[in-house]
Structure formats: C-alpha cells, structure tokens
Design a protein. Structure first.
Length: 207
C-alpha cells in the first residue's frame, strides 16, 4: 500500500499533468502542513483519493475541511487497515495560530489519548502512522526555536511504536540530506516537498 505525503512546498513533479501517471497507485494523500488548498485540491482530484492533513504554522485559521479532507489534529482515523493520528503546529515563537509550547503540545497529546486507547480496543493496536508538522526532539530539527522538535512526540513514539512518524516544517536544501531516521521502532520521515511511503495494513481486531 502506497501513500503520497506532501509538505511545505508545491512540487512541480506533483503539480503537473503527469501526477496521475506517477502516483495513480496511492491509496490516500497526507499533508503535513503549510500547503495551499488549491494544490491539495488538485492532487486529490487528479488521484481521486482521500486527503488527511494537519496544519502547519503558516496555514491560516480554517473552519471548513481543507480541500475536503480530514483534519487529523487530536484525532485517530482508521483508513483501509491503517491507523492514523495527528498533532498540528510548531513551537510557539510569535503568537500566530498553530503554534504551541511544549506544555501545550503535551495537553494536545492528552486529548488524543482516549482515541488511541479506543483504537487499541477496536483494532488491537494504538497507531500505525503519526502525522505532525514539526519533528520530534533531536531528529531533523532546526537550531532555531520555530524549528525545534517536540519532546512530546518522542514520548509518543517510545510508548506506542508506530511504523512511521511523518512530518514537514524543516526544509531540505541539499540532495545528500537524509530525510529518514529510525527512532525506537519508528521511521521518522521528513516529508518536505513529497515522499511516498509503503505500509502494509495489519489484520488486527476490527481491521
């Protein structure tokens, strides 16, 4: 099962007439934030697949679902045998929307917690893919406060061991920068621009 993950930058390889030819086999699109709605709407319309997303720090406040997608922030969603959960935003630095202190992010995790336990009861496991805008602490993070990772994410990865943690926010400028690192049992993937991940659904309870 292939999933197209987008973040932060409109990529001409995606935003083109060849999108269907290149990515027509994906089962869904995930956005890690900071992308214009017209871009996401183009992608999901061309591929005819659902969109799951979290907001980044440059996204405007939005009441309606982005591009008709499902907002994963503080939610757990089961899609085609895969359990997704999300936490939006980055570290607080100037008071704009979708910015949080470490303490505030921990409270967001507490609100997510009942949904994780419900997934465990229903499907036999907590989580397959964690979707965030910012990275975990110490992995892919920048040196400045806005691009610092959240320790809350490290705690989630250590406790629930999802297969993937997908994030954006930290720009990749050089071809030799490694976008994927392993933390505990989880592959942490910087999805700046785009990444395609492969994951097999598990046959847990209710799956």
């Amino acid at each position: 099962m292939r999933i197209l993950v987008l973040s932060d930058r409109v990529d001409p390889r995606i935003y083109s007439s060849f999108c269907k030819e290149r990515f027509g086999d994906v089962v869904c699109v995930i956005s890690c934030g900071d992308l214009p709605e017209h871009y996401l709407d183009f992608v999901v319309s061309i591929l005819n697949v659902p969109l799951f997303f979290v907001h980044g720090n440059h996204d405007a406040p939005q009441e309606a679902p982005l591009a008709g997608g499902t907002n994963l922030d503080e939610r757990v969603v089961h899609h085609r045998g895969i359990i997704l959960a999300g936490l939006e935003g980055c570290h607080w630095y100037n008071g704009h929307v979708h910015q949080y202190t470490e303490r505030e992010m921990r409270w967001k995790y507490f609100r997510l917690l009942p949904h994780l336990y419900w997934a465990k009861l229903k499907y036999g496991r907590y989580l397959d893919i964690l979707v965030t805008h910012a990275p975990p602490r110490g992995i892919h993070e920048g040196k400045d406060l806005p691009h610092r990772g959240f320790s809350t994410f490290n705690f989630i990865l250590k406790k629930y061991r999802p297969k993937y943690h997908l994030h954006g926010h930290v720009h990749l400028y050089e071809a030799n920068q490694n976008p994927t690192e392993k933390l505990f049992d989880t592959w942490v993937v910087n999805c700046y621009g785009y990444q395609v991940i492969e994951i097999e659904p598990e046959n847990g309870k209710g799956g």
